[in-house]
Design a protein around this ligand. Structure first.
Ligand code: GTP
Length: 342
């Protein structure tokens, strides 16, 4: 069975982390994000994945190659952004798609029961089945009310009005070929705005799943997903965490520093004596000077933090940036990547 992963967005909300690295392969808990997605697809019997790439598309292929644990990977690259449905049409025009296709957003970390979604799809004879997940705050998502049989009653994009349900579109679709035939060719098309609303009452079903689900598309959610993986809220085959719940690559130097709780240090990081990294994420080759304090922040590859600097919660520091000694990076700020790293 095939799945197509939408992996061509610009990931603007995760900038500056995504200025030089495409979101789908951004390191999460020390490994390229899509590895978690491919492992999950593999567990549900997917043996071929088509990666739909655009923005920094070569970066995805360079990291993932052509095979992952028995799953064949192939790439369809677009010259212009085609939205969420346009890339599926492009892949169909390239040929080699089966009549039933799984399509998913390439920024969703989930253990949803894809096998059960496929079973429901077959049982109902749906044209399209969307996985639905319940969220506490629906304000940044479209909500999808269904009837008792799972038929989608409306496809309500975010609005100020009170939502009739807290079930949102989880970005995991099972589609029949008929849906692909509905997608106009040669322009950007959105499933959410153009195709699914047209399918309401015409074979569009929702499959409600209560498993783990998060989209890693903002710094807050990227950090939340990281901590959930470290804490084992979502199962994975990550290496064991240390006693502080942190994941520190073997090649790191941290003597005299306090690491944790729940920090991630990618390969070849070095942290000076007296520094404290709590719930912080360092991508590879980050150098942190002595006596720094870094809290709940993400530092891209090659960042250098001068001694005694402080990086406050929810800050994001782009690759290669230089934080001077003694500086304070305020909570929630974004420090651009160095020009050479963009
Ligand atoms: P933001 O700019 O932060 O909204 O992120 P994004 O560009 O990734 O957009 P969004 O989160 O809405 O996209 C959902 C999924 O669709 C992500 O996995 C994107 O990579 C993917 N995606 C979005 N736009 C395109 C596109 O034009 N082409 C392709 N191939 N994928 C896309």
């Amino acid at each position: 069975m095939q799945a197509l992963v939408l992996a061509g967005g610009e990931g603007t909300r995760l900038r500056p982390l995504t200025s030089g690295v495409p979101k789908p392969v951004l390191p999460l808990a020390g490994r390229p994000f899509l590895i978690f997605v491919l492992d999950w697809l593999g567990r549900h019997g997917i043996d071929e994945v088509i990666l739909s790439c655009g923005f920094l598309g070569d970066g995805v292929a360079r990291v993932l190659g052509t095979e992952h644990r028995g799953i064949a990977l192939r790439y369809v690259n677009e010259d212009e952004p085609l939205g969420t449905a346009g890339p599926v049409k492009l892949a169909a025009l390239h040929g080699g798609l089966e009549d039933r296709l799984i399509v998913l957003n390439g920024d969703v970390l989930t253990d949803a029961d894809l096998t059960a979604e496929l079973d429901q799809h077959s049982r109902t004879g749906a044209v399209a089945t969307l996985a639905l997940t319940a969220v506490d705050d629906t304000s940044s998502y479209g909500v999808v009310p269904t009837d008792d049989d799972g038929r989608v009653e409306a496809f309500l994009e975010k609005s100020g009005a009170p939502a009739p349900t807290n079930r949102i579109n989880a970005g995991v679709y099972v589609l029949e070929r008929d849906v692909l035939d509905m997608i106009p060719d040669g322009r950007a098309v959105s499933f959410e705005r153009e195709i699914f609303p047209e399918l309401v009452g015409n074979g569009l079903y929702g499959y409600s799943d209560d498993g783990y689900w998060i989209d890693i598309g903002t710094p807050d959610r990227y950090l939340e997903a990281t901590w959930d993986l470290l804490a084992g809220v979502l199962g994975s085959d990550l290496p064991p965490r240390d006693e502080s719940g942190s994941l520190i690559a073997d090649s790191c130097i941290t003597s005299g520093a306090r690491i944790g709780p729940q920090a991630v240090l990618g390969p070849h990081c070095s942290v000076g004596a007296g520094a404290w990294l709590e719930r912080a994420v360092l991508h590879e080759r980050v150098i942190v000077g002595a006596d720094c304090h870094i809290t709940e922040s993400v530092l891209g590859a090659g960042v250098v933090v001068g001694h005694g600097a402080r990086i406050e919660a929810r800050a994001v520091v782009g690759s290669g940036a230089d934080i001077p000694a003694g500086a304070v990076v305020k909570a929630g700020s974004r420090v651009p990547a160095a020009a050479a790293a963009r």
